[in-house]
Design a protein around this ligand. Structure first.
Ligand code: GDP
Length: 319
């Protein structure tokens, strides 16, 4: 068993996926640690190409890896591009985790996702619920790939004693989110739609589905903080839940977003769009016992996300 806490000080830390929402938040958080940060843009390193990945690791010799690179998207994107979600994620995971092992990486943290639990898992969802029932069909491709990734980390622990761990964040939002209305997740989508509805003086905001599904939301900088904490303090096979305990219905979320954005029209639900899983709240007893808690209240996080949206789309309205 590796000794805890794992000493991060002075380590060469590779954040794979540093241009994504999670990767950017990790860079912000790790900037406050005495570590050497390594990143590689897609033009320098294509994580879906095995030989390239192994060569990059052999040359750059990271000691710690956070695998935040993934093909991600909201409910519609998942259902529309099943090959991309399954294939790209499998390739990224196998290549990166394997190269990390071959290069002697001391600690690797893999990011799973709460949507990989069974659709009807008992709530709040405990880590043990993994692989106990059928998946939510709209994101099953992504889920299968992510499950393979965390099983691979577990397998490296068992077969080779590698200190590779996985975490399962609940629904994330915040600066650096994907603001594209067709592929975004619900928070980014509603922020954008509410902003545009306000700008255009519209009377209603369209919300997909019935508004009744429940979701738990975690501000992405809180996740980054949890990842740094867990690099130091977690070393077990179980993929650890990281939640916020802040659960709201989609209708409540839409009202909160409208309040933050300053849109005063009504909500119009579109039940022809999928609701997805009815509820996915994570049980964070294990994480609580380690002594970490999310810091950002939902309303404050939404205000910060809206400010980031305005900033990030200012010169690029098509983002
Ligand atoms: P999920 O958590 O994997 O289901 O992914 P999403 O964040 O894409 O969707 C969460 C919930 O928000 C689902 O019930 C969606 O139908 C609902 N929703 C409401 N309006 C929107 C929207 O404009 N975009 C997205 N992506 N979801 C929406």
């Amino acid at each position: 068993m590796p000794r805890l806490p794992f000493p991060l000080e002075g380590k060469r830390v590779f954040v794979a996926g540093h241009r994504g929402m999670v990767g950017k938040a990790l860079l912000r958080r790790l900037a406050r640690e005495p570590v050497e940060l390594l990143t590689a843009g897609r033009e320098e390193l294509d994580l879906t190409r095995q030989a390239e990945v192994e060569a990059w690791f052999a040359h750059n010799r990271p000691q710690v890896v956070i695998l935040a690179a993934a093909k991600v998207g909201g409910i519609l994107a998942n259902a529309t591009y099943p090959v991309d979600f399954l294939e790209q994620n499998l390739l990224i995971e196998v290549n990166t985790i394997r190269a990390a092992f071959l290069a002697g990486v001391e600690k690797l943290l893999f990011l799973g996702s709460s949507c990989i639990y069974p659709k009807f898992a008992p709530q709040p969802i405990r880590e043990e619920a993994l692989l106990t029932g059928p998946l939510e069909p709209t994101n099953q491709w992504y889920a299968i790939a992510k499950i393979a990734g965390l099983e691979l980390c577990a397998a490296y622990r068992r077969q080779h004693g590698a200190d590779f761990v996985s975490v399962m964040p609940t629904n994330l939002y915040g600066p650096g989110d994907n603001w594209d209305p067709l592929s975004s997740h619900v928070v980014a989508a509603l922020i954008r739609k509410a902003h545009e509805a306000k700008e255009r003086g519209e009377r209603a905001l369209e919300v997909w589905g019935t508004g009744t599904p429940l979701r738990e939301f975690l501000f992405v900088d809180d996740l980054a903080d949890a990842c740094v904490f867990l690099l130091r303090h977690y070393s077990e096979e179980v993929a650890l839940n990281v939640g916020s305990g802040q659960e709201v219905s989609i209708a409540e979320l839409a009202r909160l977003v409208c309040a933050v954005v300053g849109f005063e029209g009504e909500l119009r639900f579109d039940p022809s769009k999928p609701d997805g899983t009815p509820r996915k709240r994570l049980d964070t007893s294990r994480l609580d016992a380690l002594g970490w808690r999310a810091a950002t209240p939902l309303r404050e996080g939404l205000a910060r996300a809206y400010a980031a949206f305005l900033e990030e789309t200012r010169d690029r309205p098509s983002l």
